[in-house]
Design a protein around this ligand. Sequence first.
Ligand code: PLP
Length: 373
Amino acid sequence: MDFIPVNEPLLNGNEKKYLCECIDTGWISSEGPFVRQFEEKMSASVNRKYGIAVSNGTAALEVAMQALEIKEGDEVIMPTFTIISCAMAVTKLGAVPVLIDSDADTWNIDVNKIEEKITPKTKAIMIVHLYGLPVEVDEILALAKKYHLKVIEDAAEMHGQTYRGKPCGSFGDISTFSFYPNKHVTTGEGGMVVTDDEALAERCQMLRNLCFRKDVRYVHDEISDNYRFTNLQAAVGLAQLERLEEFVAKKREMGRFYTENLSDIKGIRLPVPKTEYADNIYWVYGIVLDKKGKLSNREAVKLLAAEGIGARTFFWCMHEQPVYQKQGMFAGQSFETAEYLARKGFYIPSGLALTKEQMEAVVERLRSVLTKC
Ligand SMILES: *Cc1c(COP(=O)(O)O)cnc(C)c1O
């Protein structure tokens, strides 16, 4: 069998049709009509009033942070185990990420360790739902209320997921999404900020477009970037969104299949299928090697590649990032669970285009690699 890629998106709905409409009408820029439609459908799907589409999920976090007026010296609480986009959105503003360890079962921020890190400088808590299970949102919202903090929710991996029946992307002051091809809804590259706050929404619109003054063009009171989203991206996004329910069902089926067929293998931990507040959506199917075993995730990924399986290591912790260490940030900090996940976790092919035959082959080859080690 051919190489099985770690991710391949499914683009066989109305994507082509809507893209042709863009070409036929000449609307390819961010001024095209699909952008607004996509913003409306996407924000409505998570019960938010406003959606502001941007060029990617990283840009969405940057725009959201800037919209919340996070400034130099402010502290923002977040997990250390996450993608660098989260930390970058904070450090680019001169603010300071205050890092928290992970929960060993859900791989999300350990909510019990947040309160002790709140100081008079703390301005916001960042919720980052990772790999398929949501964060314990209620606990964070309660802390935010008690200490008057802003909440930003990174729902990049959570299209179609709910927390206690409410959609991810609906919590806190502002939420962000990514439409990178490994997310449940893709536009190639793309992202969105969603919020219920009109003033925040207006600020996000300004921030995504160079902060042009509203009354006069080419005059600027503030610096931002060009984070615009094109009609071509929106065309693909609209077609993808039509199939979200089907995509989510497919992901859950994939998760069930892998769990059923891998649970007898010794020396690994599989994703928790459900918690009291959500069923896993398996953004990707993660596997964590036992602490005692000699194999690292980097070695496992190499061995799997040799067997024709695309796999990726988990995120690398923020406090261990060379770029931040060089600046003397997070010196002396360590987070046991997060460091363990970063060294022992990896994920296997989990894309929406994955076939049953491919999954069967993944199981077989993974089994042979892991039992040999
Ligand atoms: C993918 C992802 C992002 C970044 O999105 P891009 O579109 O790749 O910039 C941010 N946060 C999380 C949790 C993600 O998974």
